[in-house]
Write a protein that binds this ligand. Structure first.
Ligand code: HEM
Length: 143
């Protein structure tokens, strides 16, 4: 029982750190989607032509990446099954290898940090990187 309580408190605290970091990003009032995708395309220019409906899909993708990482912090049990979806749904989008998924997670975290600027903290970085590593682990298992 105490262990369970500790875990629950820990999860809530971690989710709280992530949420506060998103407020730091929101305060800057900039759309992170084009910043993330500019970075992605700078490293993987060949992916640019895969996005046929960028106006509607890019924002949805960034949102879903953030929601997934937040879901890991709150211990959502649907995540392991859910993370099979990007792989399945994305197969028809072309050759998206595991390293590209991993890099995209790092680029997303880096985008949040850069946009938040002085509002970002080491605690924010540590929390996102921890969950980023967890998501990479899940994707590697289901890929
Ligand atoms: C955890 C990682 C990812 C998540 C959660 C995610 C999520 C999404 C979502 C929600 C969409 C919107 C349409 C749909 O449901 O299929 C989408 C579209 C798409 N994603 Fe991802 N994605 C991820 C990683 C990636 C990576 C690394 C690439 C490689 C560049 C990629 C390429 C695409 C493409 C090409 C589309 C279709 C865009 C279009 O047709 O305009 N995704 N993704």
């Amino acid at each position: 029982m105490p262990v369970e309580n500790d875990l629950l408190v820990g999860d809530a605290a971690r989710a709280d750190v992530l949420e506060r970091s998103l407020w730091a990003v929101a305060e800057v009032d900039r759309d992170i989607t084009p910043i993330f995708f500019d970075r992605l395309f700078a490293h993987y220019p060949e992916q640019r032509r895969s996005l046929h409906y960028a106006d509607s899909t890019c924002g949805a993708m960034v949102n879903e990446m953030i929601e997934t990482l937040m879901g890991l912090a709150t211990g959502e049990d649907w995540l392991e099954r859910w993370t099979q979806n990007p792989g399945m749904a994305h197969r028809c989008y072309g050759d998206i290898g595991l390293p590209l998924y991993a890099d995209s997670i790092d680029m997303l975290i880096n985008t949040l940090a850069r946009v938040a600027g002085h509002g970002w903290s080491k605690a924010f970085d540590a929390a996102w990187l921890e969950h980023g590593a967890a998501l990479k682990g899940i994707l590697a298992r289901v890929y």
